[in-house]
Design a protein around this ligand. Structure first.
Ligand code: BTN
Length: 264
């Protein structure tokens, strides 16, 4: 079955009350970069850009996000929040929960979130989230937040280049096309953004966490630390009880479980 990304189909699945402005592109360097350009022409709150392929898909920490044609979902949502209390990391949390709810509804395998922005299926990464913001040049106030979501849908493992084939996985949903998945993610994200308070959002995020209660390691300022991830606070930060008994709050960075190498 052809699985083309089609704006009209997405709109037919999306909640009718939704006010999202959907733009579908065949190929783009990065949907996050594209939407950033649109903000210069005053693109409205809730603009969504979706591409069938990215030539320069970006992940966190300057990494590439592999974005081949026809088999993934590469989308960015523009928010001009009046509720600016929702900082970019909480929007990463909101997007993570929206994607997990969507995966749960179409996959027999339960999704898990590896703090802060990676979603795993059966121990391999299926989705990454990259939230970025722009600020008003005069006041320095954040005026745009861009939430980028990259989801491997039907990319075969043989297509992932190099080491990625060992650590990345695709969703392979039964009888579900990308347009429906995209509409679902948009609807869930909107529900969370409009109606969820911080407490319920963080509680749900924690319910998907695969790091809580686990031994983790991370590097900070060139030093490697190990400890137990004990909690996620209301700002989406990870609380870690270190081996020396001290407690540390991680605002960003990456942690490793088991023998992985983590970069902070
Ligand atoms: C990560 O794994 O560190 C985050 C990956 C985020 C990828 C998405 S795909 C859509 C949007 N455009 C990008 O260039 N990146 C994000």
């Amino acid at each position: 079955m052809a699985d083309n990304i089609i704006k009209e189909e997405i709109l037919s699945f999306i909640d009718k009350a939704s006010s999202y402005d959907v733009i579908v592109l065949k190929t783009v360097n990065s949907t996050n970069s594209y939407i950033k350009k649109l903000t210069k022409d005053d693109a409205p709150h809730e603009t969504v850009v979706i591409a069938d392929k990215q030539t320069e898909g970006r992940g966190r920490l300057g990494r590439e996000f592999f974005s081949p044609e026809g088999t993934g979902i590469y989308m960015s949502i523009l928010l001009k929040p009046d509720k600016i209390s929702l900082n970019p990391s909480l929007l990463t949390v909101a997007a993570g929960v929206a994607v997990c709810r969507t995966i749960k509804s179409i996959s027999k395998t339960p999704p898990a979130i590896k703090w802060v922005n990676d979603i795993f299926l059966s121990g391999k990464k299926v989705c990454g989230i990259l939230a970025e913001s722009t600020a008003d040049s005069k006041t320095g106030t954040i005026n745009n937040i861009i939430v980028g979501i990259g989801l491997n849908v039907t990319t075969p493992s043989s297509v992932f280049p190099g080491k990625l084939s060992d650590i990345a996985v695709s969703l392979f949903p039964e009888n579900t096309i990308r347009n429906k998945i995209i509409a679902n993610i948009i609807d869930e994200f909107k529900r969370i953004y409009d109606f969820c308070d911080k407490e319920c959002l963080i509680e749900e995020y924690k319910s998907y966490s695969c790091v809580l209660g686990k031994k983790i390691s991370f590097t900070k300022g060139g030093e490697t630390f190990a400890g137990i991830a004990t909690d996620i606070n209301m700002e989406g930060n990870l609380i870690v009880k270190l081996e020396n008994g001290k407690t540390i709050t991680l605002k960003s960075g990456e942690v490793s479980l088991g023998s992985e190498n983590f970069v902070g």
